[in-house]
Design a protein around this ligand. Sequence first.
Ligand SMILES: O=C(O)[C@@H](O)[C@H](O)[C@H](O)C(=O)CO
Length: 468
Amino acid sequence: MKTFMDKDFMLQNEVAKRLYHDYAAKQPIIDYHCHLNPQEIYEDKRFGNLAEIWLYGDHYKWRAMRANGIEEALVTGGPGVEDYDRFLAWARTVPETLGNPLYHWSHLELRRYFGIEETINEANAPIIWEKANAVLRSESFSVRRLIREQQVKVICTTDDPTDTLEYHLGIQGIEDFDCLVLPSFRPDKGLEIRRETFLPWVRKLEASSGMSVGTYEAFLAALDSRIDFFAKVGCKVSDHALDQVLYAETSLEEASAIYAKAMDGEPLTLEDERKYKTYTLIHLGEAYSKLGWTMQLHIHASRNNNSRMFKLLGPDTGYDSIHDGELAYPLTKLLDAIDAKAGLPRTILYSLNPKDYEVLGTVMGSFQGGGVPGKIQLGSAWWFNDTKDGMLEQLNVLANFGLLSRFVGMLTDSRSFLSYPRHEYFRRILCNMLGEWVERGEAPDDRELLGGMVENICYGNAKRYFGF
Ligand SMILES: O=C(O)[C@@H](O)[C@H](O)[C@H](O)C(=O)CO
């Protein structure tokens, strides 16, 4: 019987062990999509205790705690609730998460950052709390030190077009920090024309660009000016949440009239939204293509389902789920329209719904080319799918429908600085899958072929693909 989480964790054969230890483990990390706060990197934040760094923003853990019957005050905090109380509630929950990646991630994080090998449970909570906090209090434990020690070479945060990017600019001036911290252009609030956030956001765009937004064409010009600003700060990636993929044939005149209705506070129909989003996304896709940026499309999330808790806690607090909806038709039409305008940019297609993988795996093939290896990517197993089974499913679909060897690999998509072991988790799963192919005689035991593939998927492909 294998020891829990030893050096060969999740590596079930000799080829897998060799591929991981000799190739994957040595590769630096490019985390091209996450939700880390650039201000905390710039200020080199230190953390007061394990609850602060582990529980303050991680809605993955919050969901598990709620499912375990932990009262909300101990999940997201409340009057009179001490940090240790929250940590103890999490320590009580971890044993119940066995089978969920949180069990593996939590133990990996204690090992990798704190050298703690105790099993997480209520009995061990005091010693874990004491040991981890002693490390957190040490002079060397800061955000930038964490990033450096994990060999993270690129971080792409998720940023609103109206953001000043002051901290990204500030980080560029830090001499002894060799990690690129780049913004990602995420204009969701400028696309959601039927939401109450739209008009206030347009005013923010007007202020941040210093440009008029009185007409739709002026709005697009203001957006373009923010794209240019982001590019000057080093941005190479855009990102869109397409909770539903909408497409409708339209024109500048129609989109302009819809924008004018929105600016006058008039109600819009779903058809209006389809047309507005279509024209705006085509415009943005053309801009991304001209800049050589990568366009990420995050499809089929159902967000903030619990309206009662949304009012209390806001977005990204663990009340989301997998959405479904029409995909093949609107997505192929949208991608084709962008491609016809200026050639599709490098595009990564993520879906939160694994039933979409085969559709995405074949849609990819309709738009490859331009001399760019892996130009269109099937995005890594996202959010609820970044489990062992979910990662294997995405890797197998990509291998069956496209070129696994050209995959740009894993990302953390996290708000926590302790999440880089998710890359290790992915790398171990990838190496074990390839090792199993060799063990079954389905792949040659060719060190150069397999080792090179592993190094590329872990790091090399992303470095070349994004142009970091
Ligand atoms: O980028 C997104 O929209 C999602 O990843 C979302 O931010 C979610 O809260 C998340 O981070 C899941 O890992």
